[in-house]
Structures are given as C-alpha cells and as structure tokens.
Write a protein that binds this ligand. Sequence first.
Ligand code: KG4
Ligand code: ZN
Length: 358
Amino acid sequence: MSKKPLILGIETSCDETAASLITENEQGLPIILSSIVSSQIDVHKEFGGVVPELAARSHIEKIDFIVQKAIEESGKEIKDIDAVASTAGPGLIVCLSVGLSFGKAFASSIEKPFIAVNHLEGHALSPKLISDLNYPYLLLLISGGHSQYLSVQGLGKYKRLGTTIDDALGEAFDKTAKLLGIEFPGGPQIEILAKKGNPEKYNLPKPIISKGGCNLSFAGLKTAVLKESKKIKTNQERFDLAASFQSTIEKILHKKTKIAFSLFEKENDLEEKKFVVAGGVAANKKIRSMLIKLCKENNYESLFPPIELCGDNAAMIAMVGLERFKLKRFDNLNHPTIPRWQLDEKANFLKGAGVKLK
Ligand code: KG4
Ligand code: ZN
C-alpha cells in the first residue's frame, strides 16, 4: 500500500485561527484527520467588528498551540507530514502574515514543500471534503467577507459569474443585527428574531434586482433598514424588521441564483447540474430551504457542506494543498501575502452592473 499524502493546512486570514491535517483513502477520497478552529468572537465583540491588530495578536498567541493540537488529534507525527499549505490571501494583511510565515517556517524546518493557498479556492473546494464531487459545479459563496457565484471548472480554473458590488451578505446580516441592537456577529440572531416577525411588514428595496446579471448589492437595503430601525418602538417591530430583511434577502438570492443557473449552463457542457453553497450565511435555514427548493425545480443537485466546513476552517486550505501536492504545484518561501486576490482576475469589471467591483 503506497503512503497517502498527509497535508497540514493553516488558516489565519481573518478572525479564526485554524489548523487541520487531511489525507486520503485508497479510493483517493479526502479524510479529515483533525480540524481545529479557534474563534476570536470574544476579542472583537465590544468593538462591533473585527479589529485587525487585535486579530493578528491573537493569531500570534495561538498559532503554535492550534497547530500542535491539530497534529496531536490527527494521531500522526510531524515527520509524517508531506506538505504545508497556508492561506496567503485574500484577507487582512496583518492576519495573513501570521499563518503564512508560520507555514513557511514549518515547511522549511521539516524540509517539505510549501503551498500558498487562495482562501476563496479553499471555500470553492470545501465540498470535496465530504463528497465525491466532480467538476464542474456552480458555487454560491456567502460569508462575512465575500458573496460570489463561481463556476468551478477544475483546480485553479474558476470563472466568477457574479459578485457583490458593495457589502458581503454576512456583513449585511451583521450590520442589520447591530441596528437592531444585537451583538457582533449578529447574523445567526437575525434568523432567530425573524421567526417571531412578519416578513411582509416592511417593503424593503432589492438593489440591482433587474440589472447586473447575477451581481449582488446590499448597501441600499442596509440604508433602508437603518431608516426603519430609527422608527422602531416595540419588540414586535424589531422582529418584523428582522423577518422582512431576511425575506428580502431570500427574494434577491432566488432571482440571482436563477440567473446564475442560466449563465453556468451557457458556460459548460453539463451532464449533471450541481449547485454548492458555502460560507457562514449558508447556515441560515430559511435561505437553505429556499435554495434547495429552487434546485429541485431546476433539476440541480444541491450540496451544503456541514456548518463547520461552511465557515472559515483549515481543512479547506489543506484540501487545496492536497490537490496541488498531487500535481506537484508548490510555491517558493518568498511567496507574498495577497490581501486582495480574486480567483478570476479577468472579472474585475463586469459589464451590466456598470460599476467597479470590490
Ligand atoms: O464564512 P464565515 O464563518 O466567515 C467569513 O469568512 O466571513 O461567515 C461569517 C458570516 C457572519 O457575517 C455571520 O453573521 C454569518 O456568516 N452567519 C449567518 C448565519 N450564521 C452565520 N448569517 C445569517 N444567518 C445565519 N444563520
Ligand atoms: Zn472565508
């Protein structure tokens, strides 16, 4: 039996310090041996958002311990590791530097290859950790930092079909939560409040709903929530505003996902149509059930990675490392941090929306 690759993944692009070891079975399917994620929510709570310098300091304090824990839990030893993969971007430069430097030093000390990973590529390949998923597939990535529709055609081959032209969806949830007096990160709380409210009470705007292809925009919606939140007098009104906000998001994603389906079908010669949703907002049950229904109606197989693989984690970074290792596509130890790094560089200006993209 040949030795299967053992990859150490490291992730510190924002406010999660994460390390993971993965390998694969005889059939070549990935196996997660350990995946440790240490969140910094308590560090940033009082500031209502992530403070880069505090996040970086916390990564520095924890990275040693988290990597050690991931190795211990995997049941493997340092000498068994075949390559080290670290997130190099996009993200907060001071945070990225911690995991990238640590990964390079670790790889160098054990004299094994180093792989610099695009965080978005990690999210894009995360469903491969739990299912035998073949390319191509359509991915909707909805997190605190990103909102994109991507045609995933193969390792390193991505076409961005649409993206947000202002706020990310998770950011819109968190900002709405803040306006409703909920602590950071309030996204999950909006879902809970919305259960008690009337989704038809407020008629909120759906920015660029009829233009810009499957590009997304949430800034105007946030401004409308701000205006309405100032008039709120009762708890019931808070619930109604949360429910109306969430239902507006559902309507936007319903329309834009249908457009993404047709763009994806135009781009690819498809035998099977597959739709994957990843990122923290994919945990939202109302959004999930709406998208599952939409997939059924349009003959798409839908796939939602488990919640722990939807949010930021290092197993997805190791997953990219594993695929790159098998192709012997390694990086030099002078690889830079890349705070702004799109998967599809050509898509920096999308016609139709008429706006420069983030
Ligand atoms: O992917 P993730 O864990 O980290 C980033 O890369 O940003 O996503 C975090 C985001 C936050 O904005 C959080 O409020 C949002 O995902 N989120 C939710 C829910 N759970 C997490 N938003 C809406 N409904 C949820 N249930
Ligand atoms: Zn992320």
